[in-house]
Design a protein around this ligand. Structure first.
Ligand code: PMV
Length: 321
């Protein structure tokens, strides 16, 4: 039986989280930790999905609103593709992930992108643009206002510059750095942290506006430094970005202690994503990668090294037809 196998990378926000919600820019990077989705046709009239998070077996016509949100986007993609290609078969979908879930590393977007590519690949050869469109549509079954930035970087790989008005630009160079990503193990809800920042902004409009202007200049300076692969400057900008995030109240004591553990060995470090928990990222290269990992592990913080993924979503067929 032929199988369509696709994988897509996770992501981190390098700069600009929260300020982007109010019109700023953000810089996102894909990371070389991937989600893989395998799809096969089946003789049943069901869509079966299995993953580390559980399994589901639903009718091809089940309304998606009735489906467990964990599986809803994948089922949406499966139903849409089966309908589009007038297929009578069922589908067997298997998901495997190297990306920790729910800590801001883009696992749900990467899953939508890999699913769109894997399931469509059984019937047609979709362009990356078409895969991305379908992945964003799938994400919207969970979160109507999704920005599409995560799915974009998971589809194309590399580093993207993204602004709230929907402008997305892939950088035409790939800086040479690595990241050490450490998980605080504190669960957070992006929407709750976004609401908390809104309250801070409403209570302190002048402070927030000044910080937003500083963040905007910082991002322009960072883009220049990235182009020159000037890691000392990029690291210093990460520390400044972290200070802005602390001022708007989205860091916490544990994230602060984790950052202190790496600040003297890495070029720079900051929280990534919504904050109040989740992960920190530290900027390194071959000269300080091992020392940064040791600095975190010696204090019992779980961490791993990641590089920029340059390929984005990839799909292949296996097995006889
Ligand atoms: O938690 P993450 O990595 O999905 O990041 C949220 C980023 C915010 O700027 C806080 C919110 C947003 O919608 O841009």
């Amino acid at each position: 039986m032929k199988k369509s196998i696709a994988s897509a990378p996770g992501k981190v926000i390098l700069f600009g989280e929260h300020f982007i919600v109010y019109g700023g820019k953000a810089i996102l990077s894909s990371i070389n930790k991937r989600i893989t989705v395998e799809t096969q046709s089946s003789n049943s009239d069901k869509i079966e999905v299995s993953s580390d998070l559980g399994a589901i077996n639903v009718s091809k016509s089940e309304p998606v609103q009735n489906i467990n949100p964990i599986f809803r986007p994948v089922i949406h993609v499966a139903q849409k593709i089966l309908k589009q290609f007038n297929s009578n078969s069922g589908l067997k979908i298997t998901i495997r992930s190297e990306i920790p879930a729910g800590v801001g590393l883009g696992s749900s977007s990467a899953c939508c992108v890999a699913a769109a590519s894997s399931i469509s690949g059984l019937f047609a050869n979709y362009s990356k643009e078409k895969v991305l469109q379908l992945a964003i549509e799938a994400e919207k079954t969970i979160f109507e206002n999704v920005s599409g930035a995560d799915s974009t970087v998971c589809t194309y790989g590399g580093i993207i510059e993204y602004s709230r008005d929907g402008k997305i630009k892939k950088l035409d160079f790939v800086p040479k750095f690595q990241l050490v990503i450490a998980d605080s193990k504190i669960m957070h809800s992006t929407s709750q942290v976004v609401s908390k920042v809104k309250k801070f902004k409403d209570d302190n409009p002048q402070v927030f506006s000044t910080l937003g202007d500083k963040e905007a200049s910082l991002i322009e300076e960072t883009l220049l430094a990235l182009k020159k692969n000037d890691l000392n400057t990029v690291g210093a900008k990460m520390k400044q970005n972290q200070a802005h995030l602390e001022k708007i109240g989205v860091s916490n004591d544990l994230l602060g202690v984790m950052l202190d553990a790496v600040n003297d060995v890495a070029y720079g470090a900051k929280l990534t994503g919504a904050g109040d928990g989740g992960c920190i990222i530290a900027l390194v290269d071959d000269t300080n990668l091992d020392r940064t990992i040791v600095a975190l592990r010696s204090k019992n913080y779980e961490c791993f090294a990641a590089q920029i993924d340059t390929s984005g979503v990839e799909q292949k067929m296996e097995g006889a037809s």
